[in-house]
Design a protein around this ligand. Structure first.
Ligand SMILES: [Zn+2]
Length: 323
C-alpha cells in the first residue's frame, strides 16, 4: 500500500493505509524520516472509500484534532458510515445475485462466506467524519502545490485522481496500479425502478462501465508519471492505462463469445448460466463472487455497446441475449 505526502501547507496525506498497529508504525516511521509526526498532518485526501485507504484517519485525528478529511461526495457516505455501509453492500449482493439467476442455496453460501470476512473489514476500516465533499474539477490547494481533482468512478462511485498539472504527475489510487488490476464495484443506488427500463431494474452503479469510461478518458494524456495506491511508481503512464483497459477488454470479449455460443443454442441466458459455462464448477466462494460480478459488469458494458439485450423473465430473473 502506498500513501503520498504533500509537503506543503497544510501538510497533506493522500490515503492512509489500513487501521492496524503495523500500518500506523509504517506511516509514523516514514513521516519521521522526513522530519514529521502524525500530529503534524493537517489534511487527508482520500482517493476512495476503501479501508486500506481510509483506515487510519481516526487514528491520525486522535493526535491532530483539527484534521481535515476530504473525499469525493459519492464516497462520503461510506466513509462516514463505514460499518453499516459495508453490511448494506453485502446484503445488496445477495439481491443482485438472485436477480441474476443464482440459486438461493448458492447465494446463501456466498453470503455466509462474505459475512465471515466482515470482521476484517471492521478491524481494518473505521467510520470517520468527512470535512469536505469533493467534486470533479476541485482543487486540493496548498501554498506551493495545487492538485486538480478528477472524478474517475468505477473502482468505487466516488474514486478520484489527483493531478499535478505543473509536473505531469497523476495520483491514480486504485484505478491504475502496478502489477494488479482494479476491480469494479457494483451496488444499487436506491429503491426506485429505472424509468424507461423495460426490465424494470433497480438503478445500479455500473462499476465496469464507469471504470472503462474513466480509463478511456485518460488515454493519450501526457502524464509523466503515475503514482498508484499499489505497485511502485509507473513511469510508462500511457502503457499502464492501456494495459488496464486491455485486461478488461479481453475478458469482456471472452464473455461475449460465451454468450454468443449459448445464444447459438437458442437460449436467453442468465449470469449464473454464463458462469457455469465459463468457470470451474468447484470454484471457492471468493473467486465465484468475483466472477459473477465480472460477468454482471461485462454484460453492463456489452449492453452499453448495444451488443446485448437484457430482459426480465416472469420469475423476476434477468436474462440476456446477443443482438
Ligand atoms: Zn480500493
Amino acid at each position: 500500500m502506498q500513501v503520498y505526502l504533500i509537503e506543503d501547507e497544510p501538510l497533506t496525506l493522500v490515503d492512509t493505509g489500513v487501521r492496524s498497529a503495523a500500518s500506523r508504525i509504517a506511516l509514523e516511521s516514514a513521516l519521521d524520516e522526513l522530519g514529521y509526526g502524525l500530529s503534524d498532518l493537517r489534511r487527508i485526501v482520500l482517493t476512495h472509500a476503501h479501508r486500506d485507504h481510509m483506515g487510519l484517519v481516526e487514528t491520525i485525528r486522535s493526535v491532530s484534532p483539527d484534521l481535515e478529511c476530504w473525499v469525493h461526495e459519492a464516497d462520503a457516505a461510506v466513509v462516514e458510515d463505514y460499518g453499516q455501509a459495508i453490511r448494506d453492500r453485502i446484503e445488496q449482493l445477495s439481491s443482485l445475485f438472485l436477480e441474476h439467476g443464482v440459486p438461493t442455496a448458492v447465494v446463501d453460501g456466498l453470503h455466509a462466506d462474505r459475512l465471515a470476512g466482515l470482521a476484517v473489514d471492521e478491524a481494518e476500516g473505521e467510520a470517520t467524519r468527512v470535512t469536505r465533499r469533493l467534486r470533479d474539477g476541485d482543487a486540493v490547494a496548498g501554498k506551493r502545490i495545487g492538485l486538480r481533482v478528477h472524478h474517475a468512478p468505477g473502482h468505487t462511485p466516488g474514486h478520484v485522481l489527483l493531478e499535478d498539472e505543473a509536473s505531469g504527475v497523476l495520483l491514480t489510487g486504485d484505478l491504475v496500479m502496478g502489477q494488479a488490476m482494479p476491480h469494479a464495484e457494483t451496488c444499487y443506488l436506491d429503491e426506485m425502478a429505472m424509468p424507461g427500463d423495460p426490465a424494470r431494474r433497480r438503478p445500479r452503479f455500473r462499476g465496469l462501465v464507469e471504470m472503462r469510461r474513466s480509463l478511456r478518458r485518460l488515454r493519450g494524456r501526457p502524464f509523466g508519471v503515475l503514482l498508484p495506491g499499489y505497485g511502485g511508481v509507473l513511469r510508462r503512464a500511457d502503457r499502464a492505462i492501456r494495459d488496464t483497459l486491455l485486461y478488461y477488454d479481453v475478458r469482456i470479449q471472452r464473455i461475449e463469445r460465451g454468450l454468443r455460443h449459448l445464444a447459438a443454442m437458442g437460449q436467453d441466458v442468465t449470469v449464473y448460466e454464463l458462469w457455469k459455462s465459463l468457470f470451474p464448477p468447484d470454484e471457492a466462494p471468493g473467486p465465484m463472487r468475483s466472477h459473477l460480478l465480472l460477468l454482471i459488469g461485462a454484460l453492463d458494458c456489452l449492453e452499453e455497446d448495444g451488443a446485448v439485450v437484457t430482459e426480465r423473465r416472469e420469475d423476476g430473473v434477468l436474462t440476456h441475449h446477443h443482438r
